[in-house]
Design a protein around this ligand. Structure first.
Ligand SMILES: Nc1ncnc2c1ncn2[C@@H]1O[C@H](COP(=O)(O)OP(=O)(O)OP(=O)(O)O)[C@@H](O)[C@H]1O
Ligand SMILES: [Mg+2]
Length: 338
């Protein structure tokens, strides 16, 4: 495979705990801990996990919306530190976030035309008047909002959720980005229109050779939509690999739990794992493997030592001691890895 476009390398984000209680002072929420992830041109990577597992935080770190606690974000192999000013604007022009709720991401009193004109004037400086309008028409047509003039004079509340999400994709396209970070892009939409939006995102990824991170709760949609899947639990990535392998031969007990709690109707051989609890506190996460308090296979070692990612097959890794005797630790964990 070619080099990644955007990469998180051993990235950690801790948020300070704020509160009235003095005991909270100095304590942190371990939202993302030592996570590495690579995004490739023309390829969709799904990031799957329960609520609070750190998916949005990781997407925001990739977008440079927060400073990192430690680790590095690399664009084309070069470290980026661009949380403000010109460097941030340059990063945003290459890496665009698409959020879950389109109504929350638009100015309710600005027409679609004026919102898009703003994006076009930022990313296509020098274009004015008719040229700007032509770009806007083209963006709306590409996102299947045709005829475009039927939408430009409207305000956000005059569009359906699906139409507005298409406008937010059009706005992201105005930057001609190299990376889309789509944070649950269809979760707030009616089930009947989700597929249309996902198909649009997939087409744009392929046609424009864009790298895409697809954040979702729904592991079944990851199989259909994304080439690769990374599973996140309590701030850590616990399994990665081709989506087909991760969903059909899930190795980590947490992935198995996710699959059995959101069954794919086309499967008959799902290994059932009983749900035995809730996600842990991220202020004082469990020792060793963070999943051990919920894991039906937990051993003494799991309580004490954090498992490295073990490579099970080409590109398929699981951070689980069940695979310790199996193969070598994954390449990224070997001492010679950079
Ligand atoms: N700005 C912040 N300040 C403090 N804590 C935060 C902040 N943002 C997120 N967190 C905490 O970090 C953890 C991870 O949150 P995050 O939003 O990344 O999870 P998520 O996987 O996206 O969840 P969901 O599926 O519900 O969107 C949570 O415990 C959350 O409360
Ligand atoms: Mg989220």
């Amino acid at each position: 495979m070619t080099a990644p476009v955007l990469e998180a390398v051993d990235v950690t984000k801790h948020f300070p705990v704020r509160g009235l209680v003095k005991r909270g002072a100095g304590r942190v929420v371990h939202a993302v801990d030592n996570v590495s992830l690579k995004l490739y041109s023309g390829r969709i990577t799904a990031l799957v996990g329960e609520s609070g597992s750190g998916k949005s935080t990781l997407a925001r770190l990739l977008a440079q919306l927060y400073p990192l606690t430690s680790g590095e974000i690399r664009l084309h192999g070069n470290p980026v530190q661009a949380t403000k000013g010109k460097a941030f604007r340059e990063h945003v022009s290459k890496v665009q976030l698409i959020l879950q709720d389109p109504f929350a991401s638009f100015n309710p009193v600005a027409s679609i035309a004026s919102t898009l004109r703003r994006a076009v004037s930022i990313h296509h400086a020098g274009k004015g008047g008719d040229e700007q309008l032509a770009v806007i028409d083209d963006l709306l047509t590409q996102t299947n909002l045709a005829p475009p003039r039927q939408f430009t004079q409207k305000f956000p509340h005059e569009l359906s959720g699906g139409q507005l999400q298409r406008v937010s994709i059009a706005r992201a396209l105005a930057a001609s980005p190299e990376v889309f970070l789509a944070d649950e892009p269809v979760s707030s939409l009616d089930v009947s229109i989700r597929l249309g939006i996902l198909n649009l995102l997939r087409r744009l990824t392929e046609e424009r050779d864009v790298a895409m991170l697809y954040v979702t709760h729904d592991i079944a949609s990851a199989r259909y939509f994304a080439a690769d899947t990374a599973v996140m639990y309590a701030g850590e990535i616990v399994e990665t690999g081709p989506s087909e392998t991760v969903t059909q031969q899930a190795a980590h007990p947490y992935t198995q739990l996710l699959i059995s709690s959101a069954p794919d109707p086309s499967r008959t051989d799902v290994k059932r794992v009983k749900d035995i609890g809730q996600p842990p506190s991220l202020i004082s996460p469990p020792s060793g493997c963070r999943f051990h308090p919920r894991c039906p296979f937990a051993m003494a070692r799991c309580r004490e030592e954090k498992p490295p990612p073990f490579e099970l097959a080409d590109g398929h890794t699981a951070r689980c001691w069940l695979y310790a005797d199996n193969p070598e630790p994954a390449a990224s964990e070997r001492p010679d890895a950079q």
